[in-house]
Design a protein around this ligand. Structure first.
Ligand code: FES
Length: 157
């Protein structure tokens, strides 16, 4: 076994320990998904605390730069959530978000990241339970993947 392989396997095993606390960013549109998150809170639906919610006016606001910057700053996964198709308050913002997420999925693969580190989810203001379940599922996916390592790569490590 070469020294490089040994270092990699140590890194992989470290990143997938049970102690791994993933850093998840969840961009939620103001009109539906953020209200869904709010409903989850007032309904006292329990969900994993590792997601940090960032309110944006529309999922269409999310661009490739924001997603790449999130990984560059240490995020292990990025969730984008918006209104269901046909319900976007800016008419086609969620359609734009879907295209952006498809491009972002391809882009992060070229950077060595798994496409599963990105998730697009439609959540309405009435779907607090769905919001909580989506966060839990995504955190579990990211825990299984381990740390993204994108920040270390960006710093030359
Ligand atoms: S306003 Fe919710 S996705 Fe556009």
């Amino acid at each position: 076994m070469s020294a490089g392989t040994s270092t990699k396997s140590k890194s992989q095993s470290r990143s997938k320990t049970v102690d791994f606390e993933p850093k998840i960013l969840a961009f939620c549109c103001n009109w539906c998904s953020y209200a869904g998150a709010d409903l989850a809170g007032v309904s006292r639906f329990q969900y994993n605390p590792h997601a940090r919610i960032i309110r944006v006016m529309c999922s269409g606001r999310i661009d490739l730069g924001l997603i790449l910057n999130a990984f560059d700053k240490g995020a292990d996964g990025v969730l984008v959530s918006g209104c269901h198709p046909g319900d976007c308050h800016y008419i086609t913002g969620n359609e734009k978000a879907q295209v952006t997420m498809e491009l972002a999925g391809e882009l992060i693969q070229t950077l060595g990241l798994e496409p599963e580190r990105l998730k697009l989810q439609w959540i309405s203001a009435a779907e607090g339970q769905k919001f909580a379940e989506s966060i839990d599922e995504f955190v579990e996916t990211i825990k299984n993947l381990g740390e993204s390592g994108a920040k270390a790569q960006a710093q030359g490590g």
